[in-house]
Ligand binder design. Structure first.
Ligand code: FES
Ligand code: FES
Length: 202
């Protein structure tokens, strides 16, 4: 690396450890992502997935990469409140949307009810699939509350949906837990579902 006299005299030098500016890359495009309420200005190749943008460029590693092909649900995040497999969608498609990851749902001292219920009901073993499970469950309970039918709903025109075990299994079927913590996961989601119907337990 060499410097001009002007750089040396004005002190306009890269700081120790600071990478020199990269040559303009014609394949990078500016992307602004709002994640957990915070704006991030990035320069990405258009083919970068939302999952890789979150993990590799923003540093939010709570969202997990399992299959990277839409089969496991480990990468589930919320986009405008709806669940999305972040490995299957490009980051550049989400400018101006509200993206929520597991880090944005709650704080260690102020957990989201589903985060607390997963702990209480042992809804995980290794925990790798847990962020996706929880994000998925947050959106799934919203879908149930607004009366969205599922593949197993008997009456597609019913104004309300009851979250039976069959409904819950079907609605969470996009999230696979390899350890097999399904009983705990179901119990955790059911507790929060019932809280939403009746109010939290005293
Ligand atoms: Fe996205 Fe598996 S990592 S669905
Ligand atoms: Fe281990 Fe789900 S808790 S894969």
């Amino acid at each position: 690396m060499s410097f001009t006299i002007k750089q040396i005299l004005t002190g306009d030098l890269p700081r120790l450890g600071q990478a020199p500016p990269l040559a303009a890359d014609p394949y990078l495009i500016p992307v602004s992502l709002r994640v957990n309420g915070q704006e991030h200005q990035l320069r990405l190749e258009p083919r970068v997935s939302l999952l890789d943008a979150l993990r590799e460029f923003i540093g939010l590693t709570g969202t997990k990469k399992g299959c990277n092909q839409g089969a496991c649900g480990a990468c589930t995040v919320l986009v405008d409140g709806e669940r999305v497999n972040s490995c299957l969608t490009f980051a550049v498609m989400h400018e101006g949307r509200d993206i929520t990851t597991i880090e944005g749902l709650g704080e260690p001292e102020d957990l989201h009810p589903l985060q607390a219920a997963f702990i209480e009901h042992d809804g995980f073993q290794c925990g790798y699939c847990t962020p996706g499970q929880i994000c998925s469950a947050v959106a799934m309970l919203r879908e149930v509350a607004q009366g969205d039918a599922s593949f197993v709903s008997a009456d597609l025109t019913a104004p309300a949906v009851e979250l039976t075990d069959v409904e819950m299994r079907e609605r969470m079927s996009g999230n696979i837990c390899r350890c097999g913590a399904y009983v705990g996961i179901m119990n955790a989601i059911r507790e929060v579902y019932e809280q939403q119907l009746t109010g939290p337990r005293a």
